[in-house]
Design a protein around this ligand. Sequence first.
Ligand code: ACO
Length: 416
Amino acid sequence: MDSATVEIKRGLEGVVFTETHLSAIDGEAGQLTYCGYDIEDLAAQATYEETAFLLWYQRLPATSELEMLSNWLRSNRRLPKVVWGIMHSLPESATPMEALRTIASTLSMFDRACIHEEVGGSSLCRSVSLTAKLPTIVASFDRLRGDRPPIEPRDDLGHAANFLYMLTGEEPDPASAKALETYFVLLADHGMNASTFSARVTASTLGDVYSAVVTALGTLKGPLHGGASQAAMEQMIEIGSPRDVDEWFEKRMARKERIFGFGHRVYKVEDPRAKILREMAETVARRSGNTQWYEIAARLEERVLAHPYFDERRIKTNVDYYTAPLLYALGIPIDLFIPMFAIARIAGWTAHVLEQQHDNRLIRPRALYAGPRGVEWHEMLDRSPMVEAQPDAQCVAGRPANCPAALQVPPRFWPA
Ligand code: ACO
């Protein structure tokens, strides 16, 4: 294998490694379907529970089936007692996403109810358990960090309404609950995105559902993926007012910095979810009486889409952009935006894990080795340090700046 015979697909762009029956994206037509159903129909009609059923069973449920799944989810919303001790002992510096990743991982040690499920059923059981518990973890963590007691889930409320109730302690108005439900449906699955791929990689080693979901949570967090909605909102807050958009945009372009909430590996026309989220963000903002953030978003989008830089590269508004003013208008704290994405995407992640398990082959790509070859071994005494020895310098835990400079030199093949 050498560079003359191998074509490297950086970022695995365009690589197809498996078939899926879950979701399909047409990046040129701007279409997204789950198991054949158009996302616009699902957003308008389906509940999140119904969407999870669709992804897990690859068909829509009949009334009795949806009721059974909804009851199964509701009965799984509470966290095991011992997990509360861990929630309480998280450091003040923990971010909601770090807390979510940690508690989701912890659950695998205490959530033994699924072990007795028959073979094959245990992964679905764990998928249901995690899908039900993620909202409880996120809402409870937010309350605990604000010195407010966590709120017990309410079994008479749907997935989205119950989340808002656990977050605020008040039953949400139907319009807010519906808006959040639609957001959850829109983000439930999306082809072979980075976090879903990472979940499938873990599942392909015969890793369990918890491990796959924790892998996905770690991947989602980055600002090029699920972290973009938080980054988009931070941009809007930095701008501050619709009249300051133009100046901010010019400066950003001059600094050649990315604008979060735009661009996508697959969509070269508008993401169909962005259209729905834009409308929802406007509606919720108007209802709340504060349109400031929506107006900033709309003006910035106008500038971005009209600029030749973005036009030439076919960069359009992505799902994370209008998620930002929508969630903000629903009263969701900014650092919960990525966990909100996870609460929505867990149905898709787990459906992909089930699909991977159903027809598994280890996912194991290759890399073209580009380092030196045939290097001669030198005894330790014959090797020269990159900088002079500093005998008094010591590495102190948590204070890497005190480490000897020699250890802080990055490996030579990393850009400085
Ligand atoms: N702002 C400015 N320039 C951009 C942007 C952006 N948002 N997105 C892409 N570009 C430019 C790149 O600088 C690059 O320009 P060049 O060809 O002159 O070097 C070109 O467009 C292609 O960009 P890549 O990063 O190679 O495209 P890729 O398909 O790998 O990236 C990505 C897609 C990561 C989403 C990118 O568009 C981006 O960084 N967007 C901002 C972050 C964001 O909103 N992420 C959320 C995506 S949706 C999701 O994951 C849920």
